[in-house]
Design a protein around this ligand. Structure first.
Ligand code: ARG
Length: 468
């Protein structure tokens, strides 16, 4: 039985029926469909469309259906085109003809948009909690990292030393933005379409504000044509999911790199690594690679929906039925990844000595330039001198701290005349204290402005995160 067959003389081709049906996807909104229907029955009752008995009977029937869904006892029939049809069909079985009054003044167009929004409003907190759990793992790791230093990279080239804690927390903040985005999105999801009818509104005396309140929506839609076709919230949700996926892929990529023998900064726990069917020595970071890979899938889900929405004429078009599968898939993907990544990070073993060994003194070349700046040399000149020092050390195949003071002073002597006035000593800016710049901890500690890498700044960062 379809909800719409009476004007047809021929039944729908069975293949077309299968193509048209959306139950395999939208049955996931069963509880939301019942919830929306209950609120709609209440609104019809308040509007005088349903008698007290009809209302009581519909409510009771819907309660039974909810219980059947909750316990898994609900039996779908092959004729159920979508979740809305299934609920109405079952209601009819349970209470008889009064069930036929429930759809008064309502269309599946405003119904499906309502169910979908309800589902999303209930799912966002679940997603948020999973991201928050990953953030907690990052903060735990940052706290236990103490004063461990690691090389910080730009262009994947050794750049400047940073505390390991600073690196962990860098991922905290991107996730924080993802959570803020989801929260902000909630404002646009929490707009009730129900009461928009098929496209032109409902002709009955429905108090939409009361309806919104009973379903927990913050606002009601202001244009019925827009309300039945607006899927911005689904696209935005997929953007949030894709952005989150991209953040996770960035973190994952680094774990893959850092657990390689070449880096050796971390070791994966056995519980979160996989072996090779061929090479007995292998310990692979599959869960992180999958995270990186699934970010691509998430991006595809977003672009897929946007392409579906592009160029659609006003109000409902069946194309819109394509909206739910990507949203559900993105949700399932993230809810599968997030807890695994959190635990995998919690159980990662750090190798502070490997990290420390990867910090070489050329990473303090900027500190060398800053040293000259503190002695009055303009930064551009200082940068050039420090660059020459790096080249000289490279030529002599020694480390920067192994160049003798005279070598530095010879470089400094090349300062242009106009800068010499700023320089305290006649020998130039370099003095014996220059060797202090090659201490990575000092380098880190000098970066003590808000948000910087100094140990104190990182402590403050953690305190801000924890709100203490
Ligand atoms: N299954 C449909 C969907 O998910 C419900 C709305 C159907 N509306 C219609 N006019 N056929 O979009």
């Amino acid at each position: 039985m379809t909800l719409w067959g009476s004007r047809f003389t021929q039944s729908l081709d069975s293949r077309a029926w299968t193509l048209n049906a959306s139950l395999p996807v939208d049955r996931r909104m069963a509880l939301q469909d019942v919830e929306g229907s209950r609120a709609w029955a209440d609104a019809l009752h308040r509007a005088g469309i349903l008698s007290d008995e009809e209302h009581a009977s519909i409510s009771l029937g819907l309660d039974t259906i909810r219980k059947e869904f909750a316990s898994g006892e609900f039996i779908f029939q092959p004729s159920d085109e979508d979740i809305h049809t299934a609920v109405e069909r079952r209601l009819n079985e349970l209470i008889g003809s009064a069930a036929g009054k429930l759809h008064t003044g309502r269309s599946r167009n405003d119904q499906v948009a309502t169910d979908f929004r309800l589902w999303m409003l209930q799912t966002i907190p679940e997603l948020d909690a999973a991201v928050a759990n990953l953030q907690s793992a990052l903060v735990e790791r940052a706290e236990e990292a103490g004063e461990t230093l690691m090389p910080g990279y730009t262009h994947l080239q050794r750049a400047q030393p940073v505390p390991l804690a600073h690196w962990w927390l860098s991922h905290y903040w991107s996730l924080q933005r993802d959570r803020a985005r989801l929260k902000d999105l909630t404002v646009r999801v929490s707009v009730l379409p129900l009461g928009s009818g098929a496209l032109a509104g409902t002709p009955f005396n429905i108090d939409r504000l009361a309806l919104a309140e009973s379903l927990g929506f913050a606002q009601v839609s202001q244009n019925s044509m827009d309300a039945v076709s607006d899927r911005d919230f689904a696209a935005e949700y997929l953007f949030c999911a894709a952005m989150l996926g991209i953040h996770l892929s960035k973190l994952a990529e680094q774990v893959v790199l850092y657990t390689s023998a070449e880096f050796g900064f971390f070791e994966l726990s056995d519980a979160f690594s996989t072996g090779s069917s061929l090479m007995p020595q292998k310990k692979n970071a599959d869960v992180f690679e999958l995270t990186r890979g699934k970010a691509g899938t998430l991006l595809g889900l977003l672009t897929g929906l946007l392409a579906t929405l592009k160029g659609l004429p006003s109000a409902y078009d069946k194309d819109l039925q394509e909206d739910k599968a990507p949203v559900f898939q993105a949700t399932d993907t993230l809810l599968a990844i997030l807890p695994v990544i959190a635990e995998a990070l919690r159980t990662l073993t750090s190798k502070p000595e490997r990290m420390r060994a990867a910090i070489d003194s050329t990473m303090m070349a900027t500190d060398l330039a800053d040293y000259l700046v503190r002695k009055g040399v303009p930064f551009r000149e200082a940068h050039a001198i420090a660059g020459k020092a790096v080249r000289l050390a490279e030529e002599k195949q020694v480390k920067l701290e192994e160049l003798p003071l005279e070598a530095y002073q010879a470089l400094g002597g090349a300062l242009p005349k106009e800068h010499r006035d700023n320089v305290s000593e006649s020998k130039g800016p370099f003095e014996a204290d220059v060797y202090e710049v090659f201490d990575p901890l000092r380098s880190v500690e000098r970066r003590n402005a808000i948000g910087g890498a100094s140990l104190q700044s990182v402590k403050n960062q953690i305190q801000n995160i924890k709100g203490v």
